[in-house]
Ligand binder design. Structure first.
Ligand code: CA
Length: 235
């Protein structure tokens, strides 16, 4: 018997929830619907869905508080789907523990791709080894070999500094997801580095010069302006 992943759609606008529900059902998912934050919380705890798609503007509570409430006891993936385009909202949602953030209006293929990525991450081993669990991340001409600490572009070694390597490795392990500046700074340099985006920007400029064919139009590491960085999904 085929096991279908269950996805909870939290959305008070029925036209949008109906549309998302149709898209997800057509693509092999089981769908649960909640139109309020209270219903959503009940369904999360009773059904333990594989993933939550969360609107922020709900009639009873703000979606942000639902992220915190869910994160108190589970790491189930949460993708915020919101009309709020402000960077501050994206950063807040991601820092509260959302896995990803999609702004309305969105394309269905983008929605499905982000869902696949988020679910795959929860299935990956805790040590997270990139594509196919081989200890290697591959995307186009770029290869990262975690065991040997090597980064290759078209088979040629790229010489990264220790910090540059740590940044690339962190991003590839979370490929497809946005990592916020604060999260990266904290992981790389500890709590005192928070807010010092300059150090990250300088390192990123050097990384792009080394791995991207055209650093102005990156293929591997994308900037989410004001929010953070996202590594392209591995092959
Ligand atoms: Ca809404």
């Amino acid at each position: 018997m085929e096991i279908r992943d269950k996805i909870l759609i939290v959305e008070d606008e029925r036209s949008i929830s109906g549309f998302m529900s149709a898209v997800l059902t057509a693509n092999g998912y089981d769908v649960l619907l909640a139109h309020t934050g209270a219903d959503a919380y009940t369904l999360v705890t009773s059904h333990c869905p594989a993933l939550v798609l969360l609107d922020l503007g709900l009639p009873d509570i703000d979606g942000m508080s639902l992220i915190s409430a869910i994160r108190e006891w589970t790491q189930m993936p949460i993708i915020v789907v919101s009309a709020r385009t402000h960077e501050r909202d994206k950063v807040e949602a991601l820092d509260l523990g959302a896995d990803d953030y999609i702004t309305k209006p969105f394309g269905t293929s983008e929605l499905l791709a982000r869902i696949r990525t988020a679910i795959r991450h929860t299935r990956a081993p805790a040590t997270g080894t990139g594509s196919a669990g081989q200890g290697v991340y591959r995307c186009g001409d770029l290869t990262l070999d975690y065991e040997r600490h090597r980064v290759l572009v078209r088979g040629q070694d790229v010489h990264l500094t220790q910090n540059e390597y740590r940044i690339v490795a962190m991003l590839t392990r979370c490929a497809g997801r946005v990592l916020t500046y604060d999260y990266m700074l904290q992981e790389l340099w500890g709590p005192t580095a928070r807010g010092n985006n300059q150090i990250l920007r300088v390192n990123m400029a050097n990384i792009r010069r080394k791995i991207e064919e055209n650093p102005a139009e990156p293929r591997y590491i994308f900037t989410e302006v004001g929010v953070g960085y996202r590594m392209a999904d591995g092959d």
